[in-house]
Design a protein around this ligand. Structure first.
Ligand code: B12
Length: 492
């Protein structure tokens, strides 16, 4: 009988500055999946421990008395996840892997585990445990992959949860992650309430993993469910509201209804809210007005490129004009734009990188994330580059949206790596920061501006300096490729 389960968020073993989404010191963030699954299993009477290796590194003693281990896997965590799976199976304890990476690459994952949950785990994991407890077959469990008699079995995919079923899903609980308790009491964590209202996205960008796991088309909890959660777990007078959603406005009517409900229920966050948003959300004046009225102070937009050819190649469904309009209109509504740009597509060379930084500063992005195109395995972008034999490493730890793992067309991989890094000091220049400080003063300063916005430029420049330092070989005093796979490239 499965009575004790251990659920693990692995952590990559490789240092990564991760300049685009580095964490604020002291801020705890985590994916919500395992805390949701833990609650489902606890309600079924199991004892469940959830650990995040950023807090509790995996160790053999954690396996004492455990009947089943579940590991969550995004690509950069995969090598460590596989190491944990091997150590666990060596103790005779079954392992089930889940998460975006193994959902997109089940053939690789099933070699490292007893079971692989493809897609959403809310139904699959309990059914797997029932089957293991009762000894019944596994072939009817949708979304499960496993090996039997040396054969790999991929059961048919499980339908995605419906909106009504999403309302039944337990709300994420970071406090279930062991050792986080004290950290969650730190001011920054008490200041931010994380929530997630939707799953999936209505687009199908060729480099993105989301739609291939959570579906093309936006599903969402009901406004009632959101209000119930926020009404019972979040203090609008004291907390900043951070939506973890991939594309919160993909269903503009739903978002308008939700924001109107925040006003009606007096749950408008005094310190503001943030979410990821597509540029085309800014085409909707009514939505922008509601966002301003509910104190949206900061959004992150995946603009990716200013080159319409690149945007077409990426399948982004967006034009340069959309990007320009979005930044202008969001600023008109007092919203700080954190613009994400990626480089390395076949249409964008070094000149495009410099022009993008200039554009982002001039257009009014206060914050910017500059990343090399990262072809995640299981996405069309990976398949395309792999078919052209341009991917030079499958060390998944390097797929951290920082290291370069393929040969770009218009520059060397080394060039792409360094030029992307150099975008940060070029963007976060003092004049840029001062100009935005003046804009924020005019707009009205919020705590979020001070706690997050004000620290950002400094943290980005520090992270950049640290990355340079990590790459400088004291004997030759010039950047070298010691910390990244490019050494393989440099020598070829
Ligand atoms: C929150 C989030 C963040 C946060 C917090 C991350 C953290 N680790 O603390 C921040 C903003 C910091 C972040 C940063 C980054 N992120 Co992020 N992030 C997300 C996001 C938006 C939500 C995660 C979540 O809660 N999902 C919702 C829950 C329900 O899904 P889930 O946790 O996966 O679990 C469900 C299933 O997958 C499954 N499941 C998952 N694990 C398991 C385990 C078992 C045993 C079972 C049975 C089932 C199961 O069942 C669960 C319930 O249905 C996802 C996108 C997404 N929609 O998932 C991207 C995502 C995971 N991030 C991604 C990336 C690339 C990054 C960055 C590298 C980006 C960058 N520019 O630098 C950095 C890396 C930071 C790091 N070091 O980890 C990619 C990963 C792609 C890939 N193939 O690996 C995603 C998918 C986004 C994308 N557009 O592709 N991220």
């Amino acid at each position: 009988m499965i009575r004790n389960a251990l659920l693990i968020y692995p952590a990559s073993r490789r240092y990564t500055a991760n300049l685009s989404t580095h964490r604020l010191p002291g801020l705890v963030t985590a994916h919500s999946g395992l805390t949701i699954l833990a609650q489902i299993l606890i309600r079924r009477g199991l004892r469940v421990r959830v650990i995040d290796e950023q807090v509790t590194p995996f160790a053999d003693h954690l396996l004492d008395g455990v009947d089943l281990v579940g590991v969550s896997v995004q690509t950069s965590w995969a090598p460590q996840a596989f190491r944990i799976a091997a150590a666990t199976r060596a103790r005779g304890i079954p392992v089930v892997l889940g998460g975006v990476h193994v959902t997109l690459n089940p053939d690789e994952a099933v070699l490292h585990a007893d079971f692989v949950c493809r897609g959403e785990g809310e139904r699959t994991l309990p059914e797997l445990i029932d089957a293991l407890d009762s000894g019944q077959g596994l072939s009817d469990i949708l979304g499960l992959s496993y090996r039997r008699d040396g054969m790999v079995r991929h059961n048919p995919p499980r339908p995605l949860l419906t909106n009504a079923e999403l309302d039944e899903v337990p709300w994420p609980r970071l406090d279930l992650i062991e050792g986080l308790g004290d950290r969650l009491r730190l001011p920054l964590n008490r200041f931010i309430h994380f929530t997630m209202a939707t799953r999936g996205c209505d687009q199908a960008c060729r480099y993105c993993s989301v739609t291939r796991v959570f579906g093309r088309g936006l599903r969402h909890r009901s406004v009632g469910s959101m209000i119930e959660e926020l009404g019972s777990r979040y203090d609008p007078q004291r907390q900043f509201l951070f939506f973890l959603d991939d594309s919160l406005a993909a269903d503009a009517d739903f978002l308008k209804e939700l924001l109107a409900a925040l006003v009606r229920e007096r749950l408008v966050p005094r310190h503001g809210w943030h979410s990821q948003l597509r540029a085309d959300a800014a085409r909707d004046p009514e939505l922008l007005r509601l966002m301003q009225a509910t104190n949206c102070v900061w959004v992150t937009c995946g603009f990716e490129s200013l080159n319409d050819d690149s945007l077409r190649r990426l399948g982004k469904g967006q034009s340069r004009r959309d990007v320009e309009l979005a930044i202008a209109r969001l600023r008109e509504h007092g919203i700080i734009v954190n613009g994400f740009f990626m480089f390395g597509t076949d249409d964008d060379g070094p000149a495009a990188m410099a022009e993008t930084v200039r554009f982002a500063r001039r257009a009014g992005c206060f914050m910017g994330g500059f990343m090399p195109l990262t072809p995640f395995p299981g996405t069309p972008t990976f398949d395309e580059l792999d078919a052209e034999r341009r991917i030079f490493t499958r060390d998944w730890e390097l797929y951290d949206v920082q290291h370069v793992v393929f040969r770009p067309r218009r520059m060397s991989a080394w060039d792409l790596y360094w030029r992307t890094m150099a975008c940060y000091p070029a963007f976060y220049r003092p004049d840029h920061c001062l100009r935005h400080a003046a804009w924020i003063l005019r707009r009205g300063v919020t705590v979020a501006d001070l706690a997050i916005g004000a620290t950002w430029p400094l943290l980005k420049n520090l992270a950049w300096a640290r990355e340079v330092a990590a790459n400088v070989d004291p004997s030759v005093r010039t950047p070298c490729s010691r910390t990244c796979a490019l050494s393989a490239l440099v020598t070829t």
